[in-house]
Each structure stands twice: as structure tokens, then as C-alpha cells.
Write a protein that binds this ligand. Structure first.
Ligand code: XMP
Length: 509
């Protein structure tokens, strides 16, 4: 365990750097290797995004409109990380994205989609098409929520006339297999297997529908599927959502909380501002059961103020991002490694976690971020250009690419009120915007799972080289070198003409 008063090697290093008036970023440092009895495969990468939101892998996808909607959030959560759904979406659309992540495994569906006994088969088929549902079995309930029966895909398929009503084709509750109250997914699995049923509605004493299990999902969980799944107590994938400040944030937070979001992220360019602190305090009062991560900040005092206002996690990074121009436009911001270290040191012992947001180009940068004190890293550019990132693949100079842009870029702000608000320009006219980001393209990269795999592989390797079995040990042991530009050049491939990109090294773009 890390003692608060323990002076670590990295403390001495960063203190010395500070006395020189310097602040460092990823390209400035590397970690010392050390005797190791830990093979990369033995390294544990579990961590936390916030006080009560655990991670099996310390990777978070950025809440940006070209990075995180449900597909990316699912890719992260099935690999042990977490996706944060962006907020340049209408509140109801953002909630839908959260639902899609929550529905993906469906350990327990708390609010199953139901039909009324009066609905016709034609009406149900229309709903399935419109809502793009992948399932075709529905509980049939009355207006008070009482379960009347079950309508299965066979009932729909073999119905002679699509004008028949659900009440006519369903299997009545008394003849259907149901379970009473809260049962675990293991019990549900046994019941469904024994009775060869694909869905299992849960009812209370008054026969009201209180939930439902789906066999394929329960089977996937029971059989262990992947040990990496980052799932909540109900067996659903974890997911976060970004919000802003003030009234819009309160409205979104209410809708997202109702849908079971695991963590809210107050995502702004200036986290140490009155509006953020007030919103945070209010939301902690309104939703004490939900963790709130707030940011972004880059100074120790700012991180402390967020914790005093109730933050369960602090997001660090002002201007390190690949598509950011904040530092050059506004002339502010602390280089990222020093920012992470200072904020993490200020919060040592508080139980509040740090997410290092922006500027991670290679997996080795993630190792450095965690060593400096971050509990997780947030990725934009590294995940941009993957299948799961919103947007199409197109050709640029004979190369397949996808778009990636800053939320403070002109186009993002012109298209979204939330993006304008993130940069304090909510009330500025479309022709009076001052961008703090750029629009770009990145090479098409295929499945996000490959990027995640390589990043975690690099992290494992990094911990193994430093002799650390887990992230806490890395943070306690980390010993930094300040490197020169010659040292950085030496670190990258040099003196050769690269013939083929490696899956974890596309070259220096
Ligand atoms: P990477 O380097 O992973 O960074 O692409 C992603 C992070 O950058 C932040 N972000 C911005 N910062 N102007 C900025 O100054 C912008 O337009 C912008 N858009 C995103 C954000 O914190 C994200 O997670």
C-alpha cells in the first residue's frame, strides 16, 4: 500500500524538475527498467475510473462525436475498459446509446420492451423494424404492468394473419415459464435450460413484470464468455456518459441516471470553473448513488477543488490532445506528464481517481501516464479511424481514412451546442466562434479490439520491464528519466526506411 507520507523516487524527480521551472510531457520522459520477476502475461491491469467504477483494463474512450457512441463503448467494455458516450447528441439520443450498451449482454433486462394484448402482429412487426430490435419475443402486459403472457418469435412467424392481436397468439402466463422476484443469472440459466426456454420473465407477487432474462446472454455470461467483460451488478456492460453544466446537464443527468448509466462525466475544457463546481455539487446532492468524474484540469489546486465539490474522479488534460489547439490559441496549459503527476500527488489518499485525458500516441505513453499517477487513460486519436468510431471510411491520397476532429473545432462547434458550451462559447454566433481544435483524418485502422489489444500488450510489457505486478506497484516504484531530443529520436525507429507498419506503430505522423 502506498503511504501518503512516503517520498517516492518520482517525487524527488518531479520536485527537481519543478525547481528548474520545467514541466514535462510524454516525449520528455521514459521509465527506468528494474529487476523483474513478473512476465507480461502475469501483469494485472485492473484499476478504477472513479471511486465505485472499476476497470479490468485502464482504457477509456473519449466522449467525442467521432469516437464514442455505443459501438465503441461496447468494444471498450468487453475488453475491460469503459466508453463515455459523447454529448453532442440530443439527450434522448444519448440515452439510446447508453441503452444499446446496456442491452448488449442483457444479463438482466430491468425494463423489457413489452407489447399490449391489443397490439396486432402487423403493429409489432412495424415496431421491430422502426426500432431496429434484434429480438422478436415480447412479454404481453396490461396497463398496470401485469404479465398476461408471452409472445415468441414462433407466435409471430406462424401466425396465419398479421391482423391477429398479441392477446390471441401469446402463451398465457399460467402456461408460460416465469420466475418470482430477483433471481441470479445462474438460477435463470438453470431454469431456462431445464425448460428449453429462450426468455424468462420475472414477476412479483401481484404478477407484475419486474424484469426478464434472455438465454443467449445469460449463457454467454455463465460460460464465462470473456473474463474481461466490464459488467455491473446486473451483468450488463458498464458505460459512462458526458454531460456539461447547468440546466442541460441536470436534464441529461436525470435521463441518464434513470437508464442506469454507471458514471457521469462533466466534460468541459475548464473544469476549475464556477459553473462546473456548482453543477457537480448539485448533481452529487441529486444523485448520490452515481459516481461523477469532472474535468478537465491540469493543476493540483484545481483537482483539489473538484474533490471538495464531490468529484469521484478527476479528468486531467488541458491541451495535450492530438486535435487540440487550446495551448497555442489560448497560451495556457501544463504539459501532460507533469499535470498528471501534480494532480495525482494532490489527491493521494483521497480515494478519488485520476484519468489522464489526451496526448496518448503510443502504448508506452499510457505506461508513463499510469506511472505518473493516473488510474486510467482516455484515448481519442488512438481509437479514431477504427470500425467502431462513428463515420465512414473514404479514400485520401489512395489511403483509406476516417475523419477525426476536435470538439472545439469550427465544424464541431457549428454543429453542436454542447461542443460550443465545452469551450465557453454557448452564446456565440456561428460566425463568431474561436476554435480550439482542428478537423483531421486518420488512417483507417480496422477493429478497435486490435488497438485495445496492442495497447494493453504494451502496458503489460511496460509494467514487466519495471518489475511491477500491477498499476499500484508501478506507481509506487516508478523512476523517471528526463530524455533529450536525441534520446527521443533514438527511442523511435531510425536510420531505416520503414517498409511495413507494425500493428502498434504506424510511424511518426
Ligand atoms: P487524443 O490525443 O487522444 O485526445 O486525440 C483526446 C482528448 O482531447 C480533448 N479534446 C480537445 N481539446 N480542443 C482541445 O483543446 C479540442 O477541440 C478537443 N477535442 C477533444 C478531449 O479531452 C479528448 O478526450
Amino acid at each position: 500500500m502506498l503511504k501518503q507520507d512516503l517520498v517516492l523516487k518520482k517525487d524527488k524527480f518531479f520536485e527537481k524538475i519543478e525547481t528548474l521551472g520545467l514541466a514535462l510531457s510524454y516525449g520528455d520522459v521514459r521509465l527506468r527498467t528494474s529487476h523483474s520477476e513478473i512476465a507480461p502475461s502475469q501483469v494485472k491491469l485492473s484499476s478504477r475510473f472513479s471511486r465505485r467504477v472499476p476497470l479490468k483494463a485502464p482504457l477509456i474512450s473519449a466522449p467525442m462525436d467521432m469516437i464514442t457512441e455505443h459501438k465503441m463503448a461496447i468494444a471498450l467494455a468487453v475488453s475491460g475498459g469503459l466508453g463515455i458516450i459523447h454529448r453532442a447528441l440530443k439527450p434522448e439520443d444519448q440515452v439510446k446509446e447508453v441503452s444499446r450498451v446496456k442491452f448488449y449482454l442483457n444479463g438482466l433486462i430491468e425494463k423489457p420492451i413489452c407489447v399490449s394484448p391489443k397490439d396486432t402482429i402487423a403493429g409489432v412487426l412495424k415496431m421491430i423494424k422502426e426500432k431496429n430490435y434484434s429480438f422478436r419475443s415480447f412479454p404481453v402486459i396490461d396497463v398496470k404492468g401485469k404479465l398476461l403472457g408471452l409472445m415468441s418469435s414462433n407466435d409471430i412467424e406462424f401466425c396465419p394473419d398479421n391482423n391477429y392481436r398479441a392477446g390471441r397468439v401469446m402463451t398465457k402466463t399460467k402456461d408460460a415459464v416465469t420466475a418470482k422476484g430477483a433471481i441470479s443469472f445462474k438460477q435463470a440459466y438453470d431454469i431456462m435450460r431445464k425448460n428449453k426456454k429462450k426468455i424468462l420473465p420475472l414477476i412479483d407477487k401481484q404478477n407484475k413484470l419486474v424484469g426478464m432474462y434472455v438465454y443467449s446472454d445469460v449463457k454467454r455470461i455463465v460460460s464465462g464468455g470473456s473474463p474481461w467483460l466490464n459488467i455491473d451488478a446486473n451483468g450488463n456492460l458498464r458505460v459512462g456518459a458526458a454531460i456539461g453544466v447547468g440546466e442541460d446537464a441536470y436534464e441529461r443527468a436525470g435521463m441518464l441516471a434513470e437508464r442506469g448509466v454507471d458514471v457521469l462525466v462533466i466534460d468541459t475544457a475548464h473544469g476549475d470553473s464556477k459553473a462546473v463546481l456548482e453543477t457537480l455539487k448539485q448533481l452529487k446532492k441529486d444523485y448520490p448513488e452515481i459516481d461523477i468524474v469532472a474535468g478537465n484540469v491540469s493543476e493540483a489546486e484545481s483537482a483539489k477543488r473538484l474533490v471538495q465539490a464531490g468529484a469521484d474522479g478527476v479528468k486531467v488534460g488541458q491541451g495535450p490532445g492530438s486535435i487540440c489547439t487550446t495551448r497555442v490559441v489560448a497560451g495556457i496549459g501544463c504539459p501532460q506528464v507533469t499535470a498528471i503527476y501534480n494532480c495525482a500527488r494532490a489527491l493521494r489518499g483521497s480515494g478519488v481517481s485520476i484519468c489522464a485525458d489526451g496526448g496518448i500516441e503510443y502504448s508506452g505513453d499510457a505506461t508513463v501516464a499510469l506511472a505518473a499517477g493516473a488510474d486510467s487513460v482516455m484515448l481519442g486519436q488512438m481509437l479514431a479511424g477504427t470500425n467502431e468510431a462513428p463515420g465512414e471510411v473514404f479514400m485520401r491520397n489512395d489511403l483509406p481514412v476516417k475523419k477525426y476532429r476536435g470538439m472545439g473545432s469550427l465544424a464541431a462547434m457549428q454543429e453542436s451546442q454542447a461542443a460550443k458550451e465545452r469551450y465557453g462559447q454557448k452564446y456565440s454566433g456561428q460566425d463568431k466562434l474561436v476554435p480550439e481544435g482542428v478537423e483531421a483524418v486518420v488512417p483507417y485502422k480496422g477493429a478497435a479490439a486490435n488497438i485495445i489489444f496492442q495497447t494493453l500488450g504494451g502496458l503489460r510489457s511496460g509494467l514487466s520491464y519495471t518489475g511491477a505486478a500491477d498499476i499500484k506497484e508501478l506507481q509506487a516504484k516508478a523512476d523517471f528519466y528526463y530524455i533529450s531530443s536525441a534520446g527521443l529520436s533514438e527511442s523511435h525507429p531510425h536510420g531505416i526506411i520503414m517498409e511495413k507498419e507494425a500493428p502498434n506503430y504506424l510511424g511518426r505522423i
